[in-house]
Design a protein around this ligand. Structure first.
Ligand SMILES: C[S@@+](CC[C@H](N)C(=O)[O-])C[C@H]1O[C@@H](n2cnc3c(N)ncnc32)[C@H](O)[C@@H]1O
Length: 213
């Protein structure tokens, strides 16, 4: 051996495969904008779902809401940044009931901008599309993004989902489906009292499938 050159020693660390973190199981359902989390908690509590993984993302903190269950993790923060942290192809179904209707950037809705609303609308549209693109990234092949929207907003959301690369179809919810959360029940109550508003506010279920999956 030439003088001065230290002899290379074989690594004595753990074998590479033992250093790798075990892969987490896929998330079966991720709800974005869970508000009171009624839907997620009821799914996660089903006996047959005991060994499945659920997750939620919401901007607004809810008082006294338990955020950790053995199979459900509720997180607070911005939808786009939370989605960016998830690995690609790691979620089976993502739901967003009225997320895009009450969509926030930095905690503010576009309507908070009052007379300047029109000038910020493009930024809100872009951010919605960015969220949709992240959804496409984290969905498994054949995964679905299921979005509920008021009838009057459904066509815009369908257009943005198509722009984000999804194959999209939509149907009005059946009356028996307009339930399960406080928000849905509030809508149903309102529309029973004001049936003339059904054309604008009846909830539409939009199903978006990643193209080529
Ligand atoms: C109409 S509420 C959702 C109701 C709930 N999904 C249900 O059906 O009962 C919309 C929720 O989306 C949340 N939200 C809006 N923009 C968000 C964003 N960028 N990141 C995270 N949550 C957001 C709001 O804070 C709000 O709680």
């Amino acid at each position: 051996m030439p003088p001065g050159k230290p002899q290379e020693r074989p690594s004595v660390g753990k074998p590479k495969c033992l250093n790798q973190k075990p892969k987490k199981p896929v998330i079966i359902l991720l709800d974005v904008g869970f508000e009171d989390a009624q839907k997620l908690v009821s799914f996660a509590r089903k006996k047959s779902h005991r060994n499945k993984r659920f997750m939620g993302v919401e901007w607004t903190k809810q008082e006294n809401l338990r955020t950790r269950y053995h199979n459900l993790k509720l997180t607070y923060g911005d939808a786009l940044s939370k989605l960016k942290r998830l690995p690609a192809a790691s979620v089976k179904i993502i739901t967003a009931d009225f997320l895009f209707t009450e969509f926030k950037i930095g905690g503010k809705e576009s309507s908070d901008f009052g007379w300047r609303r029109a000038s910020v609308e493009t930024a809100y549209e872009k951010q919605r599309v960015n969220v949709m693109k992240q959804v496409a990234r984290v969905l498994l092949p054949n995964g679905r993004f299921i979005v509920t929207e008021y009838a009057e907003n459904a066509s815009i959301t369908v257009r943005l989902l198509k722009d984000a690369g999804f194959e999209v179809y939509s149907v009005p919810l059946k009356e028996s489906e307009v339930r399960g959360t406080k928000f849905m029940e509030m809508i149903l109550d309102r529309l029973k009292k004001h049936p003339e508003e059904k054309r604008e506010f009846w909830p539409i279920k939009i199903t978006a499938r990643k193209k080529g999956a």
